[in-house]
Design a binder for this molecule. Structure first.
Ligand SMILES: [Ca+2]
Ligand SMILES: [Ca+2]
Length: 342
């Protein structure tokens, strides 16, 4: 069983089988195998008021159709199928990359809005020049990897593959993909460090989002839990009520929304993005040179940026969550970084 604490401290949910997705002090664990995984921590935000003695109650979880939040992985029978090479044109093997200039920035809760404890202390990080993929890694890119290596087909929830971001990938999968891509190309693909990710997402800003603080503008920049989900969707009350982004309870084709100042798309929303770093509950002792933090709780790794199933609070540039390295759910994907060789 997993337990997720509602922002009001009055609701929670359980799953059929448990994995691990933990949030400091508030979420004990959250996920499901063979059923639905959901948390309105993901949708709304953590609320410091629920720390301490308030015991969560439980609410039912919808289980069918497009409102399904996450399904079992990798155990579904259909998932052992191999992907057939696409007919006709083949997608490029390598993701589109954007060069991110080096510089320094203040990492963590700098906006002062809805910040969480693990976003402190704010600290200055120096980032060297690197490259980051313009989009989240897509099915068409990832499927080339699974076909070539004989890995199991990654589930798409029936939403379609192609230029949708790959989902149901574990942190371990993403590392294997980057290693394979490096081997195939002779270039140095890897996951971004958490600091690199936030630096690239902020693109010089210290606001709640890279475009400012106005939640009504989120629909121009991010596929998230908004008015498009329809009134029958679970946790409808946690949607962004101020706009409609045009995509309901599912992923959107990458690049459907406006980019940030670096030309990166979907840094807010669509899928949570795995980064290299081990989980640490605060930034105390974090590297200041832009490298990944490779000590701490390394059985859990960090995800950034929020997802299609996230409200405005968890789409912030500073938000951090973590998950066990083997977890595969339909909220999580990734993008790749590339080290620039002098
Ligand atoms: Ca949406
Ligand atoms: Ca994203």
């Amino acid at each position: 069983m997993h337990v997720v604490i509602h922002s009001s401290g009055t609701k929670a949910m359980t799953g059929k089988r448990a994995g691990v997705l933990r949030f400091t002090g508030l979420v004990v664990a959250a996920w499901v195998l063979g059923g639905v995984w959901a948390t309105h921590f993901i949708l709304a935000d953590r609320d410091k008021s629920v720390r301490g003695s308030e015991a969560p109650s439980q609410i039912p979880i919808p289980t069918a159709g497009t409102t399904k939040i996450a399904s079992a992985s990798p155990l579904s029978p259909g998932m052992s199928q191999r992907v057939q090479p696409p007919d006709g044109t083949k997608p490029p093997l390598e993701p589109d990359m954007v060069e991110i200039p080096g510089g320094s920035f203040r990492m963590g809760c700098v906006s002062g809005r809805e910040c969480q404890g693990d976003e402190h202390p704010v600290h200055t990080v120096r980032i060297g020049r690197f490259e980051l993929s313009k989009y989240e890694v897509t099915f068409e890119e990832y499927d080339r990897f699974t076909v070539a290596t004989g890995r199991e087909r990654t589930e798409d929830e029936g939403w379609g593959r192609g230029r949708r971001p790959v989902i149901h990938v574990s942190w371990e999968d993403t590392v294997a993909y980057a290693r394979w891509l490096s081997e195939q190309t002779g270039k140095r693909y890897r996951l971004p460090s958490e600091a690199e990710w936030e630096y690239a997402a902020r693109a010089g800003t210290e606001t709640k989002y890279h475009f400012g603080n106005d939640e009504s503008q989120l629909c121009d920049y991010a596929n998230h839990w908004d008015n498009s989900i329809g009134s029958g969707a679970p946790y409808y009350e946690f949607r962004n009520r101020s706009c409609s982004d045009g995509v309901g309870a599912r992923t959107a084709i990458v690049g459907s929304y406006r980019a940030n100042a670096y030309g990166l798309h979907d840094m807010h929303g669509n899928v949570w993005e795995w980064v290299q770093d081990c989980w640490n509950g605060s930034y105390r002792g974090a590297p200041a040179d832009g490298s990944a933090w490779e000590s701490g709780d390394c059985s859990d790794r960090i995800l950034r940026g929020g997802s299609w199933y996230g409200g405005p609070g968890v789409l912030r540039s500073a938000i951090r969550i973590w998950s066990a390295t083997r977890n595969r759910i339909n909220l999580n994907g990734f993008r790749v970084a590339r080290t620039i060789t002098p």
